[in-house]
Write a protein that binds this ligand. Sequence first.
Ligand SMILES: Cc1cc2nc3c(=O)[nH]c(=O)nc-3n(C[C@H](O)[C@H](O)[C@H](O)COP(=O)(O)O)c2cc1C
Length: 373
Amino acid sequence: MVNVVVGVTGSVAAYRAPDLCRELERRGHAVRVVATESALRFVGRDALGLAAEEVVTELTERAEHVRLAEWADAVLIAPATLNTLAKLAHGVADTPVTLTALASLGAGKRLIVAPAMAEPMYRSPPARRALRRLREMGVTVVPPRIEEGKAKLAGLEDLVRAVEGELAGVRVLVTGGPTLEPLDDVRVLTNPSSGRTAALICEQLRAAGAEVILVHGPLRVEAPADERVEVRTTEEMLEEVRRRIGDVDAIVMAAAPADFRPRERAEGKLDSRSRHTVELVPTPKIVEEVFPEFDGVKVAFKVDPDPVEGARRLLERVPCDLVVANPPEALGSESSEWWILDREGRVVRRVRGPKVRLARALRDLLIERLGGG
Ligand SMILES: Cc1cc2nc3c(=O)[nH]c(=O)nc-3n(C[C@H](O)[C@H](O)[C@H](O)COP(=O)(O)O)c2cc1C
């Protein structure tokens, strides 16, 4: 199920928006509507309201656009006028539709636009430029049908498919965050992983329509998932992942499990005034245990001072479809640099910058491998 905000703007095709909303609801999605003032010249508020949970036509001090952007998995502007497309391409946020769409884009949600206008307007340089800019920003464009001198709003099927996402029907297990290995009853051995990478990956996969199961240690960020399984130790994470390998189409191992655990866990609380010697033993390597048994798409992460070489060494030992390699500084940080290698050890993507870019690249690579299923 997708939470979808349908944005309606002032095109003659706005009369088709209630049908679109009804079709989305019929297919099990939750629908809310935002409309511009111009849209209301072509379709009545009541008609929109009959087919949606909520209709927003003006913004108030309650900042509805922020709430809607948080709620949405996807925002579909259908029909999208040239006026609205041009504004979006330049960040002009002066209507409920442009505000909600831009806030959603900034929140990492999927933005889909379905242009509808007279053909000469569609062919005009500003329209072409706006669509090109929007595509560069990661916006999905559902192309119009060119008929009778018009660029008509795409058909319902195309619009619904765009909302449901290329990963509709795909189940992905994502691991995230650090694990905790107890030293005594109150102390643990862990690492600075925040779980942010996993959270962003979950968000991108869900926005593309995948069902996401997140097996995670303690997270310092909100992570959206359809099912969450919280674990403490690396051993527990291994068990929870193993239990689900028959139920998922892909596994993305974005967690940073603790590599060692104290050989013995002290009872109670170790005296903090005396010295202690702790013997560390390696914990199980989840990727090495699980991937040889798993038939779906396997994505591993490898942190190594020499990331690409480290990833290639991993590929020699373990079957993986993709390995995301990054340097140790990435743990707990906001941005970094990643190399994504395929199963043959070729670098297929190099991503630099905020972590959301990595999440988007992984989403696209999973769509290439699983899309349409
Ligand atoms: C009868 C009529 C039909 C229109 N149809 C379209 C259309 O199909 N596509 C379009 O881009 N603009 C169309 N427009 C122009 C938009 O309504 C106008 O640019 C408006 O400012 C759009 O505002 P909005 O993008 O905030 O909804 C039409 C205008 C009128 C008067």
